[in-house]
Structure formats: structure tokens, C-alpha cells
Design a protein around this ligand. Sequence first.
Ligand code: APR
Length: 311
Amino acid sequence: MRKKATVVGAGNVGATVAMRLAEKELADVVLLDIIEGVPAGKALDLTEAAPIEKHDAKLTGITGSYSDAKNSDIVIITAGIPRKPGMSRDDLLSTNMGIMSSVTKEIAAVAPDAILIIVSNPLDAMCHVAYETSGFPKNRVIGMAGVLDSARFRAFIAMELNVSVENTHAFVLGGHGDTMVPLPRYSTVAGIPITELMPPEIIEALVDRTRNGGAEIVGLLKTGSAYYAPASAAVEMAEAILKDKKKILPCAACLDGEYGIHDLFIGVPVKLGENGIEEIIEIRLTDDEKVALDHSADAVRQLVEDMKRLT
Ligand code: APR
């Protein structure tokens, strides 16, 4: 039977997610938004591209009603406002927490067995809202951040060394923000740690660019934030789940004592399969890395506290 994916938010990220899901024939796609006409228009446009792109995925665009999202296998939530120049992801907090809470309430009612992939920012905080509002178990609420951050790091490594991006692997832990923790010693080119291939100051520069990767794009686009790479990252996670690939990817997961962190969504390596997060993988960290991860966890915890004050 065909799988069903609902994408909430038919903006830049959501429409690109819908396009990639359909073109990879991972699922039939329901695209939902509050704006009249836009989801239907984008779904129809993508449907008209299907004969050329050679896929038979069915795309539906809906405004307002959640009935078409009924029994979705997977729901990717991109609804919210994106960043403008000068804004941090955290500036989006109060607006996006209201949107996230209303969206997850609707989704939980019509698709109680779905796996949620959260994309809206500030990411880790939005995962908390989705988790609490949906009442879903921890394995079915997953945040998209690490796949994007590590893809950025991989792209910069490939550019620096003039090698294929396919040869690169990178690991990024922590919150999706300025405190993210890229791990050079677990980042490799054809299996060789990048610490063997580049001097520390170059690695530091690439790490810095990765940390500011989102802001770099916001600064160039001026009217919004990145969407091609975020959509690719969300679809890689969706593919791992829909195909039960047991793929290990860095994602925001609700920790329950792993890495010494409790009841907090933060980026860690997880195994993704048909049950969502099937395992949280604990890697050994150096003292410096653990300090950086704890610092990142503190920043996320602060946002969660701020949200409590706003409600
Ligand atoms: N229900 C459904 N859709 C909504 C709702 C809602 N309650 N509120 C807003 N939206 C829709 C908007 O109408 C818009 O079409 O979400 C869409 C967001 O699209 P864009 O403004 O293009 O933003 P985008 O670049 O896609 O980013 C979306 O993902 O990466 C993050 O930081 C980013 O939080 C932002 C989100």
C-alpha cells in the first residue's frame, strides 16, 4: 500500500519537501497551509511536472482542513515564520510556538499513529511543543537539524579539499543554533578523519561557517531563510523512516538520561526506521566536547523556560 505523508506549511521549505517526497516516490503527499489557494496551486503545479519527472505520487493541496491528513504515516511540520536578517532562530519563539501547538493538536486528532518530523524554528524548542501537545511517545517526535548542519559541514569540507561530497561524512551534535557542536574527529573523507587532512585553523574556520550556515543564507536571501538543504535533510529522514532503513542520522531527540541529559530535545545520533527513533546512539565524548554539548543543552533549556513564561 502507498504511504501517506502530510507536509504542514506550503512555503519554501514545505513545497520543496513535497517536491522531493513525490519525485522520490516515497509517498503520496498532502500539502497543508492556512493561505487560501497556495497549497492547491503548488500541489497542482507539482502534479503537472510529474509526467516529465516520471513519478506517480499523488499530490493534494489543502487550506485549513486536516481531514485529508487522516492516517498519515509521516507528518513533516514546516509551518511558521522564517528568519529575516538580524533575527536569531530564537526570535521566532513566541509566534512559532503558537503555530506549532495548533498544528500538532490537529494532526494528533487525525493521524494518531504518525511519526512527526519537526522543521520549524527554533527547532529544539518546537520539538518540545510538538511532543507535549501531541502526547506522542518520544520515538515519534523527531527534529530536523543535525542532518542539515552536518550536510553543510560536509559541503564545506568537500569544497575545501576539492573532493566529492559523497566521500564526506560529518557529525554535528547539540542544539540547532549558535551552540551546535560539530565533531571534527568523527568527520571523515573516505574514512580518514579530517583532523589528518587539514590544519586545525582551517577546520575551525569550517566549523564556524557551519555554525553560522543558516545566518549566511539569511544574509544573502534577505527575505527568508534557507530551504533547499533543509528540505533535503527532512526528506532524508522521512526516507529512512518510510523505507525502514535503520539509518543512523543526527536528529533532535528527547533524551532520557543519554549523554547525562534528561527530558530535553537535542541533536544526537539516532537510528531511524519504521518506528521513528529506534535507538539513541551514545558516542564517547572528550571532556571539551561534553562541555560544549552541556552548554548547548543549557541554551535549549533556557528556551524551554522562556516558552513556559510566554504561556
Ligand atoms: N498552519 C499551516 N501553515 C501555516 C500556519 C498554520 N497555523 N502558520 C503559518 N503557516 C504557513 C505559512 O502560511 C507559510 O506558507 O507556513 C508557511 C511557512 O513558509 P515560509 O514563510 O516560506 O517559511 P519557510 O522558509 O518554509 O520556513 C518554515 O522552517 O526552516 C524553518 O525557520 C524556518 O520556522 C521556519 C520554517
